[in-house]
Design a protein around this ligand. Structure first.
Ligand code: ADP
Ligand code: AMP
Length: 217
């Protein structure tokens, strides 16, 4: 089963994808985590994408499609993939369909998290991430046991440089202009399920899990 989790920046995609991938034995593939890892390594790819990420703009399709589709070829023994942050444009969605169908696979279900803009800014400015294991926290809603330190590996948490109010505005613009039309694309295929992302983490997880179970039949 191959799933996509859609939603605006800060909707809770990464938080939920980490949990769902454990429960359903899926490989969690986050395009943002992949790009941040490249930047951390100081690779040529990392250098090419930095300016777009820092400005809150989408990385060009040609770059991200190659990166993610290469990763997809290695499914690593899991029961499928849970894509988080990809696709973000129509061109990315059609490339994904093409590659999956070439391997007799497809996107089986798209989970769309709905969260209003008023909540997004608080979620994003309060987000802290672990640069070692990519765990996601929030200073108030989901704090680590010890302030500023990852529960899993003790690494000091960081505040992403693009998680500022100014950059969030640009990221929301990119979302509404380029990504939200994907809801219609997947709705027409009959595979879109919308889930209220404003509940607490466990409440959203329960709703998403129920949607997956009902699709699994
Ligand atoms: P996305 O991957 O969609 O950008 P994240 O999963 O990183 O979003 O979540 C954004 C921020 O909101 C994080 O700080 C996370 O801890 C927090 N968060 C996620 N889900 C919830 C929720 N249901 N209620 C409150 N805060 C949440
Ligand atoms: P995220 O971690 O999902 O918030 O992504 C962080 C940044 O990485 C985005 O603001 C974009 O600059 C870039 N990015 C991640 N995924 C994609 C994608 N599918 N298409 C284009 N840019 C992306």
């Amino acid at each position: 089963m191959n799933l996509v989790i859609l939603g605006p920046p800060g909707a809770g995609k990464g938080t939920q994808a980490a949990r769902l991938s454990e429960v359903f034995s899926l490989r969690h593939l986050s395009s943002g985590d992949v790009l941040r890892a490249e930047r951390k390594k100081g690779s040529a790819l990392g250098g090419r994408v930095a300016k777009y990420m820092d400005a809150g703009e989408l990385v060009p399709d040609g770059i991200i499609v190659e990166v993610i589709l290469t990763q997809l070829q290695d499914s690593g023994g899991s029961k499928g993939v849970l894509l988080d942050g990809f696709p973000r444009t129509r061109a990315q969605a059609t490339s994904l369909d093409k590659v999956l169908s070439g391997a007799s696979r497809r996107v089986d279900l798209v989970l769309s998290l709905t969260v209003p803009d008023e909540l997004i800014v608080d979620r994003i400015t309060g987000r802290r991430i672990c640069p070692t294991c990519d765990a996601v926290y929030h200073v108030r809603a989901l704090p680590p046991a010890e302030r500023g330190v990852c529960d899993h590996d003790g690494t000091p948490l960081i505040h992403r440089t693009d998680d500022t109010e100014a950059v969030v505005k640009q990221r929301l613009t990119a979302y509404y202009e380029q990504t939200s039309p994907l809801e219609a694309y997947y709705r027409e295929k009959g595979i879109l399920v919308e889930v209220d992302g404003t509940k607490d983490v466990d409440g959203v997880l329960e709703a998403l899990s129920a949607a997956i179970r009902s699709r699994l039949g």
